[in-house]
Design a protein around this ligand. Structure first.
Ligand code: ADP
Length: 404
């Protein structure tokens, strides 16, 4: 629904992680960021908040041990000090896991909190942090509608064939063990923007979007709807990521526990925190650092990049099964939007799908620019499309607030 013109549509967007809180006040009409910031290392000895307002960056230290509630308290004071409260019409929360309860963004009431609490058993760290953020914002911004926007919602259009694991069926019916997928807000946003760029109705568009940041996932979008995605029950499945392994043989669990005495917690940490680009390169989880090292001749950095691109290309090719026809391959996220090297390596391996890179257009697509990077010879379009999850959250929140 279009927003009403000429009225204030400032939305406070909160993205609460286990030890961090990203926030921004966004004009839902124009996507303008009024203020934005990040509270980090919450609950540790050195928590802090940095924020940007009118081009000026400020860092505030919090007292040792202070966590989400204090960060939101500080944020409330910032909003008041800068006279930003009067224009706020809603608070939009990014919620990582919506399970099967939530297929779209919703106004938060007690039944929604109960649903998020239930879904949180599937992603305890994220879920707990999301609930903390909601409770703290409800207390601090009394009277403002609070809206939940779910990372999983866009993927609720997947079919059973795509979302079930070949496990005993009752694990699904009794415990919700299935593939959910994440990054849904981003995949949805870049798909709508790409449809606009290509002047094609989204409802008739088949895209594969690759969201490549610290977490990475690919989504197969058929006639504008998610039909498959690489992440699963948790954001660990699928592609090689900054510190996550992505797909592995589950038989590894038995080997690690019986032969190397790993505990469940150690295996979880190994796969989530010590693997991926970091695990292979033994250098960094940061793609820029790895690209620089590879350029300087570091073999392991080179191997990490090659593995990352090979797995990504393989996943994209696999998604041709549900799609059959591909209108565009979309790159987004910090790596997708900036790394011409990764994009060109992936496109080269997918030449059989009619993809071909325009060298100059690929080099030019960075720092938030959007555009087509496939060459005139290509039969299939490739685009770089910067994501803007915060804007989607602000728009959904403003629309739902407007309906109240
Ligand atoms: P998050 O998932 O935390 O939101 P981002 O989407 O910001 O992460 O992506 C972070 C990743 O993007 C990092 O691996 C970083 O190295 C990579 N990145 C950013 N700029 C570049 C660049 N110019 N070249 C290669 N990788 C880049």
């Amino acid at each position: 629904m279009p927003l009403l013109p000429n009225s204030s549509h400032h939305v406070l967007v909160l993205n609460c992680g286990s030890s961090s809180l990203k926030f921004a006040i966004i004009d839902a009409n124009s996507a303008n960021e009024i203020i934005s910031g990040l509270a980090e290392r919450l609950g540790s000895d050195t928590p802090s908040i940095k924020y940007k307002y009118q081009g000026k960056k400020t860092v505030l230290d919090l007292a040792s041990g202070q966590a989400h509630a204090k960060a939101i308290d500080t944020l409330v004071n910032l909003v008041k000090d800068h006279n930003l409260a009067d224009n706020l019409i809603a608070v939009g929360h990014r919620v990582v896991h919506g399970g099967e309860h939530f297929t779209k963004s919703v106004l938060i009431d007690q039944s929604v909190i109960d649903g998020i609490t239930q879904s949180a058993t599937l992603a305890p760290l994220h879920g707990k942090a999301n609930l903390l953020g909601i409770e703290a914002a409800k207390a601090s911004f009394k009277g403002l509608p609070q809206i939940a926007v779910f990372d999983t919602a866009f993927h609720q259009s997947m079919d059973k064939v795509a979302y079930l694991y070949a496990l005993p069926y009752k694990l699904y019916t009794q415990h919700g063990v299935r593939r959910y997928g994440f990054h849904g807000t981003s995949h949805y946003y870049v798909a709508t923007q790409t449809a606009e760029l290509l002047n094609k109705p989204l409802a008739h568009s088949n895209f594969i979007s690759a969201h490549l940041g610290n977490g990475c996932s690919v989504c197969a979008i058929k006639n504008g709807k998610s039909v498959d995605t690489s992440m699963g029950l948790t954001p660990l499945e699928g592609l090689i990521m900054g510190t996550r392994s992505g797909d592995i043989d589950p038989g590894l669990f038995n080997f690690l526990t019986t032969q190397l005495d790993y505990t469940a917690k150690q295996i979880d940490d190994l796969l989530n925190k010590d693997s991926g680009l970091l695990g292979i390169s033994e250098l960094s989880n940061d793609c820029r650092t790895i690209e620089e090292a590879a350029l300087a001749g570091n073999e392991r950095a080179n191997l990490a990049l090659d593995m990352f691109c090979y797995r990504l290309a393989k996943q994209i090719a696999a998604f041709m099964v549900p799609l059959q026809r591909l209108d565009a391959l979309i790159f987004t996220g910090g790596i997708g939007e900036n790394s011409d090297l990764i994009r060109s390596k992936v496109i080269k391996q997918l030449a059989f799908l009619g993809l071909d890179c325009d060298i100059q257009a690929n080099l030019d697509a960075r720092f938030g620019s959007q555009g087509i990077i496939s060459s005139e010879n290509a039969n299939t379009t490739a685009v770089v499309m910067p994501t803007n999850e915060e804007w989607v959250i602000a728009q959904d929140a403003a629309n739902i607030a407007q309906e109240q």
